[in-house]
Design a protein around this ligand. Structure first.
Ligand code: NAD
Ligand code: MG
Length: 393
């Protein structure tokens, strides 16, 4: 019997990499459902190639278009649309594994649906955990779901930690250390970053990724989101999570032990490694990634992150320490600001300004339900939108 997989966000960078790994192991994995938002032709092609039972898109018009494409290809995929359909393909009794690879807050509800249905959930969609950390982890604890980190840093830490750590025994470990590449603007001045274009921000030196996470890497908000992601995934206080800039992206993160040992996970920068790890865990499968050649790499270097030039790092530390819905607000403001930057409505360095100003307009409280999280998320989006309007004027 193969394991049946739903890929939420199949048309994105993580989705495509996931399908590549799955295709190498037809004896182990089969596709149940694929979901996508805008790239309908690509989704139709994926459904044909992987023989998907269901495809899910966002609205009725896209569903009509996709249905036509599916009919032209004479494939049996059934086309559905809307949030309820996303929840259903994530929770269907026939599904074993759900890859959560929708970008942003839109991924939260279907990911929670997979958790509540006790699936093996592969989490790439860090924003879902950042915005709703407490209720996300409560849902996980109440379920029989297994959550496996796909973000390369968190996947690395998961591989470097003793299994007892995940069961609450944190003795022996002193720190989690997140690697950061530093992004495309690692050595740029503030003035240079002021006039940075979306194309420059998306030109990541080591990873090819979707545009939102690429901009987050350029501003280093990505590392800030990852700090909050690690805080929840590993139930570790933020003062025991550090960041180090490592431009080669070969060491994906490290765990420091109290006896002086440091355990790191290394590999070529290719998301198929953490994806294969999550898919097969606790076994190992071939990911298609080239073997690491340390002599070819020759040198690994490290530096402190520059918190002055990358103010998003401190914004994330502050939000993480403030707790409650501060990370929800941080994440929402960042999503709105990154979108405005990608649409050339604000400059690159204004992303951090929008986030900071939005955070300053809130007094934080603990959201105790999904509705409360969504309320804070929406409110923060409204505030950020209006700030961006003022910036332009
Ligand atoms: P992407 O932009 O390439 O793909 C996003 C996917 O989400 C697409 O399939 C798109 O159709 C879908 N989507 C977007 N908006 C949607 C909406 N409103 N409703 C439903 N579906 C929607 O992004 P990506 O680079 O693949 O990243 C996906 C997630 O994985 C992000 O949360 C990112 O932070 C995380 N991640 C990515 C990488 C990477 O290497 N790309 C690494 C670590 C973590
Ligand atoms: Mg990462």
């Amino acid at each position: 019997m193969t394991e049946s997989i739903t890929v939420l966000g199949a048309t994105g960078s993580i989705g495509v990499n996931t399908l590549e790994v799955i295709a190498q192991h037809p004896e182990r994995y089969s596709v149940f459902a694929l979901t996508g938002n805008r790239q309908l032709k690509k989704l139709a092609g994926q459904c044909a190639e992987h023989n998907a039972r269901y495809a899910v898109v966002n609205d009725a018009a896209s569903a009509d278009q996709l249905t036509t494409m599916v009919a032209e290809r004479r494939i049996a995929t059934e086309v559905l649309y809307g949030e309820q359909a996303l929840k259903e393909v994530a929770a269907d009794t026939q599904v074993d594994i759900v890859m959560a690879a929708i970008v942003g807050a839109a991924g939260l509800v279907p990911t929670l649906s997979a958790i509540k249905a006790d699936k093996k959930v592969l989490l790439a969609n860090k924003e879902a955990l950042v915005m709703a950390g407490l209720i996300f982890m409560q849902s996980l604890r109440r379920s029989k779901a297994r959550l496996l980190p796909i973000d390369s840093e968190h996947n690395a830490i998961f591989q470097c930690l003793p299994s007892s750590y995940m069961n609450g025994d944190q003795s022996g470990v002193s720190k989690l250390i997140l690697s950061a590449s530093g992004g495309p603007f690692r050595s740029w001045s503030m003035q240079q970053m002021d006039s940075a274009t979306p194309e420059q921000a998306c030109a990541h030196p080591n990873w090819r990724m979707g545009s939102k996470i690429s901009v987050d890497s350029a501003s280093m908000m990505n590392k800030g989101l990852e700090l909050i992601e690690a805080r929840w995934l590993f139930d570790t206080p933020v003062n025991r999570i550090e960041m180090i800039v490592h431009p080669q992206s070969i060491i994906h993160s490290l765990v420091q032990y109290i006896d002086g040992s440091v355990i790191a996970q290394l590999g070529n920068p290719d998301m198929r490694t953490p994806i294969a790890h999550g898919l097969a865990w606790p076994e190992r499968i071939d990911s298609g990634v080239r073997e690491l050649d340390l002599c070819e790499i020759a040198g690994l270097s490290f530096e402190q992150p520059d918190r002055k030039r990358f103010p998003c790092i401190d914004l994330a530390y502050h939000a993480a320490s403030a707790g409650g819905d501060a990370p929800t607000v941080l994440n929402a403001a960042n999503e709105v600001a990154v979108d405005a930057f990608l649409n050339r409505r604000i400059g690159f360095t204004q992303i951090a300004e929008v986030v900071e100003e939005t955070l300053s307009q809130f007094s934080f409280s603990e959201p105790d339900s999904l509705q409360a999280v969504q309320y804070s998320d929406q409110k923060a989006r409204t505030v950020s939108d209006s700030l961006i309007g003022q910036f332009k004027g």
